[in-house]
Design a protein around this ligand. Sequence first.
Ligand code: ATP
Ligand code: SF4
Ligand code: MG
Length: 433
Amino acid sequence: MTIPAQSKSAVLTKEAAPGEVLLKVSGLQKHFPIRSGLLKRQTGSVKAVDGIDFDVRSGETLGVVGESGCGKSTMGRLITRLLEPTGGTVEFEGRDITHLGVRGMRPMRRDVQMIFQDPYSSLNPRHTVGGIISAPFKLQGVTPEGGIKKEVQRLLSVVGLNPEHYNRYPHEFSGGQRQRIGIARALALNPKLVVADEPVSALDVSIQAQVVNLLDDLQQELGLTYVIIAHDLSVIRHVSDRIAVMYLGKIVELADRKSLYAAPMHPYTKALMSAVPVPDPKRRGMKSERILLKGDVPSPISPPSGCRFHTRCWKATEVCKTQEPVLVELKPGQQVACHHPENAPDQAPGEAVLPEARESIEVVTIGETVTAEAPAASEAAEEPAVAEAAEAAETSEASEASEAATASEASSEATSGEGESGPDGTVQESTDK
Ligand SMILES: Nc1ncnc2c1ncn2[C@@H]1O[C@H](COP(=O)(O)OP(=O)(O)OP(=O)(O)O)[C@@H](O)[C@H]1O
Ligand code: SF4
Ligand SMILES: [Mg+2]
């Protein structure tokens, strides 16, 4: 298959070889101002992302997990430069792109693309599939070999859609097929980095597996680098090489997949993971303890002092309330921000657990039967289906037919009219948040 050459336009950048750092994020912040009164004075800010550091290496998949509202999408929009950071830096192939304007970002747009969560609102219903996928070529002034139409048809077949459907409209496709269209659009210019924000969460579980496999296959074939954001740990486990766990605007743990699942260090990671059933069939059905965190994530307008997780952590001590733990590497390839980590030496020994900390969780023992009293358990019971189905789908034919069967009715008032363009329009979405 002919693939358009990856961009050489960013002359100041150094191409990252596989395994080398492609994207480097340092101290990244996004504080959304809160304004009130007649003069619209700023009275506070939502600290959606509040100082995060990480690298993405060429050819890898970095998974990002965390509860709703912890800043995952904001982080995704910052690194694709759809949002202007409040602080910190973003470097792509060694070039500082933190504050590049529309013109400066144009060459980078070829290299950095985003796939959005909602396949219903992220495609403009008034444009044909051909129009949607060819937009990036037109906006970038790129004419692929053989012409745009031929290339769009090739992209349709790459993502498992019928090239003959070039002139159809998004409402004629099912959710899974629409997400494939979004993927084709993101791949049009042969990007180096693709940031996918909850790429499968809006889809039926059986279709999720197909889309996850498609992303996997495309990575192998095209040498893509992914940042995949998801709240579903079974999806993250299936796709990621390394995983960043976010809580209230911070990265609390960053580790390679095996280490994280074998021995999570941050209590928050441990709680999240305890909600995921064990994929090992030999151990399935055995009793396991599930940690249910009580209460919601606190407001990012005034996050808790010290460790932001201290209001929900069963290990919290006085030092946790006053000193913010720094993200440090406690084992090779495993960084954690915690004074009293799991599976690692205590970083602040001799501290007494706060009396209220003991009340912050509920431990539920579950066996084969999932009880109605454990809502997180019943949710999680569905999760292995994605990973298992993904494996099963690898060996079965991609079922276009089943997707077509689930095709929803036209939702032509779906919000595409409000679809936002990225700085130069190559990334298009409606505000799904
Ligand atoms: N444009 C905005 N203006 C003000 N606050 C915002 C804006 N966008 C996001 N936020 C706030 O920032 C915080 C982080 O939001 P974000 O969407 O990044 O979280 P998330 O981790 O992606 O959540 P979810 O899993 O629900 O998608 C939330 O409190 C959200 O309300
Ligand atoms: S032990 Fe302390 S530092 Fe670690 S997660 Fe709990 S509250 Fe935070
Ligand atoms: Mg989000």
